[in-house]
Design a protein around this ligand. Structure first.
Ligand code: GDP
Ligand code: GDP
Length: 433
């Protein structure tokens, strides 16, 4: 699981420019699920071999129609709650503003690592001007230019230094996250699933931030549930639930193997649900879609088949995903939901022996080889599944750069046809041999 770095700061200091610089290089390399809309405020980055997620909280907050001051408060609170390190960005061009001082005041109380980042330091003269930011009372600062990239290396060196080690999960139990929009029925689903407290085996000890994990033993399965519904912030409960739900989802998704994406059947698979779906897919998590409140749907007008087709249309090209129609209220198929999540978990940890993989895939490739480009023929020699936590395959060939997206999609479909990877994103690499 990755550490989370949050960027906070008032509008126009350059947060999104900086954010883009961090994720850009990586997005170009990591050929995630192609052709999907990317979340412009959340992405992965890595530095010195350490991987982390980076969140431009400003992007989320300003997406809502809050006035700035309140929005900033929320941004900072959120970063304090959810992130492992906070980058507080200010702007040397405008100097210190009242809003900067307000944010600094909040951040001075924080125990987590806070980095004061003075942006737009494009030249030496501006580097001198940056000293005024000492008066924010946050100690040393880093100067960067998000536009030309200077200073970012030193900053990232310091940031990854304080991030927690991304240790492999010790626990062999499946980790299921229940995610979805507010009011989709996540809490109801969890309650239906668990019924009584006695099914809770242990609360995994740890810091408050990890306490969203609870171990359950239910229906003959043992699993950890990563809960986003149960936690409601004291005080400021109702406001901006959508926004919090996105942030909670990010956190929960990072910490799970399989996402149980709960949606409200009466509202449909809308853009917000789709965002959460791709968040999970891009993180290479297993996915089960739970169409909840199925008890409310008029079965004459909406059949399971039609409903499923609509969802699959929305999630193209990654359509090999189980969809279970449930009712948290009547408990219809909630056992099936867990059973399906367990299957997806198994698919995700599946290892295909190299011999078997080649015996099946090489003849397929021979029948339908990659199209020749400029008279050059690609010859795929062998295939192996990489020893990673989720399915990744390397296809060794003479001219890897000549294999384009459509052919990779073809290979993926063939893999899915022959081996069950339902609910699991697959990554395909072409490698030089
Ligand atoms: P955000 O609102 O904090 O996300 O800020 P943006 O990233 O949208 O940037 C606001 C403006 O500052 C844009 O016009 C950027 O081009 C500009 N900007 C961002 N970083 C730098 C920088 O390092 N140097 C200069 N000179 N301008 C920058
Ligand atoms: P959450 O915000 O995702 O945790 O959603 P809740 O579990 O709080 O549910 C929101 C509302 O939907 C509540 O009024 C629930 O009683 C209702 N609800 C949840 N699941 C179902 C269901 O399967 N059928 C019906 N009819 N109502 C449901």
């Amino acid at each position: 699981m990755g550490a989370i770095v949050a960027i906070v700061g008032r509008p126009n200091v350059g947060k999104s420019t900086f954010f883009n610089r961090l994720i850009q290089r990586r997005e170009a390399i990591v050929d995630a699920v192609s052709g999907v809309t990317r979340d412009r405020h959340y992405g992965k980055s890595d530095w010195n071999g350490k991987e982390f997620s980076i969140i431009d909280t400003g992007g989320y907050v300003l997406g809502s129609d809050d006035i700035f001051e309140q929005a900033i408060d929320k941004q900072v609170e959120l970063a304090i709650d959810e992130a492992d390190a906070i980058l507080f960005m200010v702007d040397v061009e405008t100097g210190i503003t009242g809003m900067d001082e307000d944010v600094a005041k909040l951040l001075r109380k924080v125990k987590k690592p806070v980095f004061l980042v003075v942006n737009k330091v494009d030249n030496a003269k501006r580097a001198e001007e940056a000293v005024e930011f000492y008066s924010l009372g946050l100690g040393d600062y880093f100067t960067v230019s998000s536009i030309n990239g200077s200073g970012t290396g030193d900053l990232l060196d310091a940031v990854v230094e304080v991030l927690p080690e991304t240790e492999e999960e010790e626990d062999e139990l499946p980790r299921f996250a229940v995610v979805g929009r507010p009011n989709a029925g996540k809490s109801s689903f969890i309650n239906a699933l668990i019924g009584e407290e006695r099914y809770i085996v242990t609360d995994i000890a740890g810091t408050t931030r990890d306490s969203i994990d609870t171990r359950y033993n239910r229906f003959g399965f043992e699993f950890n549930l990563v809960d986003t519904a149960g936690i409601r912030r004291k005080g400021k409960v109702k406001e901006d639930l959508e926004f919090y739900s996105v942030m909670r989802s990010i956190r929960a998704i990072e910490h799970c193997d399989v996402c149980m994406l709960v949606m409200d059947a009466t509202r449909g698979f809308d853009g917000q649900v789709e965002n959460i779906f791709w968040l999970a897919a891009r993180n290479n998590k297993g996915i089960v879609i739970l169409v909840n409140k199925w008890d409310l749907v008029e079965k004459e007008t909406q059949s399971v088949k039609e409903y499923s087709q609509k969802i699959r249309k929305a999630i193209e090209p990654f359509t090999d995903v189980p969809i279970v129609f449930i009712s948290a209220l009547t408990k219809q198929r909630i056992y099936k939901a867990i059973e399906t999540a367990v299957e997806v978990y198994k698919n995700r940890s599946k290892r295909i022996p190299t011999r078997k993989l080649n015996d099946i895939m090489l003849p397929v490739i021979e029948r339908t080889p990659p199209p020749a480009i400029k008279g050059k023929y690609v010859k795929i020699k062998y295939i192996t599944q990489l020893p990673t936590h989720y399915p990744q395959f390397a296809f060794f060939c003479n001219l890897p750069q000549y294999v384009k997206e459509p052919y990779k999609r073809f290979l993926e479909n063939k893999l899915r046809e022959h081996f069950d990877f339902t609910g699991v994103p697959i990554t395909i690499f072409m490698r030089k041999k």
